[in-house]
Design a protein around this ligand. Sequence first.
Ligand code: FEO
Length: 174
Amino acid sequence: MLSSKIETALNKQLELEAYASFLYLSMASWSEHEGLEGTAKFFYRQSVEENDHMMRILHYMLDMDGAPIVPQIEKPPHTFSSVQKIFEDVYHHEQKVTKAINGIVELAIQENDHATHNFMQWYVQEQREEETLMRTILDKLKLIGEGAQSLYFIDKEMEEINQQIEKEEGAGEG
Ligand code: FEO
């Protein structure tokens, strides 16, 4: 059983995760159109992950006899001025998500809701990892710079990051 406050907060979180999934899909699509295959691959994966974050919440709410509301989402931007700008936006969006997650954890404590508090710990860890990843990428992009040749090197770097993530995911499955 979820309190109405927790139910409202989780429904709001469904919306944030769904928006992130579509925002990253839009970034993937733009990147592929620009010929940035490594960057596109990175964002297609992130988009699927965000959808998974949304689905976890939806199923948790149902397990707790709550009433998830599949959200209406705002249309994400479909053109972007640069890869650097994309990652700045992503980093800010992830910070916003982290703030919302912390808010739900705080609310779960206030409502004495141990189940939700426990459930949200996975998200606390996930946000820590995502913020670190995005900050690392932003730092690398700053080093590469924005000169004429930079897109080639950025995309090459993104491909290396994809391979690293795939290796880690593979190790996690074994
Ligand atoms: Fe599910 Fe990246 O927030």
